[in-house]
Design a protein around this ligand. Structure first.
Ligand code: AMP
Length: 118
């Protein structure tokens, strides 16, 4: 899938628009969702030009995939929800309801997150 370099998360990654950053390392950034669905709602992004989980799984290098998933428990621990638990969601393409075409994981927690789908 073609990557749109002007998507809003690409602009956040380039520091062109602000975000409430929670975590950053060489390959990963996490920031608060602007419309939180739960007490804690953080978006976790790989910094590379990956549009969605489908293309990420197909095209990313192994070290990129490892970096993204190794960051998740670190961020959860930093937020104090590693013991209580959380939900991790990624929306993919049209039927997945993806709005922003840069791969991101929604980390939801800080309270019981409820049923899996509405
Ligand atoms: P998705 O439907 O999985 O693509 O989710 C996109 C998410 O990005 C939504 O939960 C939005 O609330 C969130 N969002 C959109 N713009 C921003 C922004 N500028 N800063 C933080 N979160 C945003």
């Amino acid at each position: 899938m073609t990557y749109d370099t002007n998507n809003i998360f690409a602009k956040i990654l380039r520091d062109e628009i602000p975000a409430k950053k929670i975590y950053e390392d060489d390959m990963v950034m996490a920031f608060s969702d602007i419309h939180p669905k739960k007490k804690i709602h953080v978006l976790i992004l790989h910094k590379g030009a990956h549009a969605d989980i489908q293309s990420f799984g197909e095209d990313a290098k192994d070290d990129e995939i490892v970096a993204l998933f190794r960051a998740v428990p670190k961020i959860a621990a930093q937020l104090g929800i590693d013991k209580s638990g959380y939900r991790l969601i990624t929306n993919c393409r049209t039927d997945g309801g993806q709005e922003v075409p840069h791969l991101h994981l929604h980390l939801l927690g800080g309270e019981p997150v409820g049923p899996m789908t509405a």
